[in-house]
Design a protein around this ligand. Structure first.
Ligand code: GLU
Length: 473
């Protein structure tokens, strides 16, 4: 907890929950149960470093809620991992899944290491040992708890997890569904990698397409020419920047932990990424200006600010200096409750993490379904659709005596591939979630901000599902 911060991360999630619970009518006992983390597993295990020394690793898996099974949520590798953080992140997963109608409870895992300080071999040993600890305690499995990537982890770690799990559970036909975010060759789904960033884009695009909301913010409707600042060039930040740029927005600044760069004419995330790979730093990118501190990027004049790194980066101290009109929380918990109060006063619209970054878990859900059904999306219908489209087009051309252009023909004929279905499922999910939350917010003038409206939506759904389950004696 920093000196300006009054609450731990978990307490700040509870605080936001309580703020929203006032707008619901559920039994206080049910609300207490929803807030509580059901199971917290803290573990320590040794790893032999490449230099022969033994190090004790601290790690966690938290299952916040089992109102739906399995529990779901990523595993992060970071120096900052602690029990409070993992509990907060697991809680956010419960609410996130509820909002986007993904039938999972919330979970989260964390290993307290900075992956940069370990060799690939050491990381593999740590990940595999962590997985076997989860197996031992029945904390992982396609119907129990399904991890995924998060800060500091990706496809590679998920491949190690599924391989370890499957080797410890011979004959388990659904073993591939024990983790999501896997490489496509190991049972992953096409479209998972970019899912969180694409979901952030779809969510913000929907908000920017709402004329009343834009009018209040004094902004034009649409994404074209909006200025965007992105903090974090990891998987989520990179893809958010990419989709905004491709849609005609201008990414005017990018920040990473070593510094930030700015160019009012716009930055190309891929070029910046390559520059960082080559030089080891985002700084000194040709044509861009370096900013003194990476946090300066958060205070730049822009239409949309996307914090896509870690929690608590915008707090009571720096929120008064934020000049963005819309904040899109791509990270989990980037703005504190004190920052929320400042945004309400300043008329800044903060689009909350717990639904805006739900693209990752939404596509994880698609991946899990693919694993359980043992068939690739599109396999059954692609050819059928193409034959049907070709027939319809032939009929139209025969009846009208006209032919369509080759470009149009290609577009009309195209039967859905896996990636098309995943992207369209994600687009639909993010648009519906945005509209649902906005409708709740607009229906009650007492609800102060969009985060509270999102929590109201989540509480309604989770509490209703508890009521449907009944309570065990
Ligand atoms: N780690 C991501 C999140 O925070 C994805 C979780 C998942 O796919 O289960 O939402």
């Amino acid at each position: 907890m920093s000196s300006q911060q009054q609450y731990s991360f978990f307490q700040s999630v509870e605080k936001s929950f309580d703020k929203a619970a006032k707008f619901t009518k559920f039994d206080p006992g049910i609300l207490e149960q929803i807030k509580a983390c059901n199971s917290v597993y803290q573990m320590r295990f040794p790893v032999k470093r490449d230099n022969g020394s033994i190090e004790v690793i601290e790690a966690y898996r938290v299952q916040h809620s089992q109102h739906k099974s399995p529990c779901k949520g990523g595993i992060r590798f970071s120096d900052e991992v602690n029990q409070d953080e993992v509990m907060a992140l697991a809680s956010l997963m419960t609410y996130k899944c509820a909002i986007v109608n993904v039938p999972f409870g919330g979970g989260k895992g964390g290993i307290k290491i900075n992956p940069r300080n370990y060799s690939v071999y050491e990381l593999e040993k740590i990940t595999r040992r962590y997985t076997s600890e989860l197996v031992k305690k029945n904390f992982i499995g396609p119907g129990i708890d399904v991890p995924a990537p998060d800060y500091g982890t990706g496809e590679r770690e998920m491949a190690w997890i599924v391989d370890t799990y499957a080797s410890l559970k011979p004959g388990e036909i659904d073993a591939a569904g024990c983790v999501t975010g896997k490489p496509v060759t190991q049972g992953g789904v096409r479209g998972r990698k970019e899912a969180t960033g694409l979901g952030v884009f779809y969510g913000i695009r929907e908000v920017c397409n709402m004329p009343d909301v834009m009018k209040k913010l004094n902004l034009e409707v649409g994404i074209v020419n909006k200025t965007v600042v992105v903090q974090g060039l990891g998987n989520v930040g990179y893809h958010s920047a990419k989709f905004f740029r491709e849609a005609g927005a201008k990414v005017v600044a990018l920040a990473e932990y070593e510094g930030a760069i700015m160019n009012p004419d716009g930055l190309n995330e891929e070029e910046v990424f390559q520059h960082r790979k080559k030089t080891g730093s985002i700084l000194n990118f040709p044509g861009a200006t370096n900013l003194a501190k990476n946090t300066d990027a958060l205070e730049l004049e822009c239409d949309i600010l996307i914090p896509a790194a870690l929690e608590n980066v915008i707090n009571g101290e720096n929120a008064p200096r934020v000049k963005a009109k819309v904040i899109g929380e791509a990270a989990n918990g980037p703005c504190t409750p004190e920052a929320d109060d400042v945004f309400v006063k300043k008329g800044i619209l903060c689009v909350p993490d717990m639904y805006l970054n739900a693209g990752g878990v939404t596509v994880s859900y698609f991946e899990w379904l693919k694993n359980l059904s043992h068939v690739r999306y599109g396999r059954m219908e692609k050819r059928f659709t193409e034959n049907l489209n070709s027939h319809i087009l032939g009929q139209i051309e025969a009846l009208t005596g006209k032919t369509v252009s080759d470009v149009e023909r290609k577009f009309i004929m195209h039967g859905p591939e896996e990636v098309d279905l995943v992207h369209s499922g994600l687009e639909e999910t993010m648009i519906s979630a945005t509209r649902e939350i906005m409708a709740i917010w607009l229906s009650n003038p007492e609800i102060p901000d969009m985060r509270t409206a999102a929590y109201v939506n989540a509480i309604n759904k989770v509490a209703t599902s508890y009521a449907e389950l009944g309570i065990f004696p």
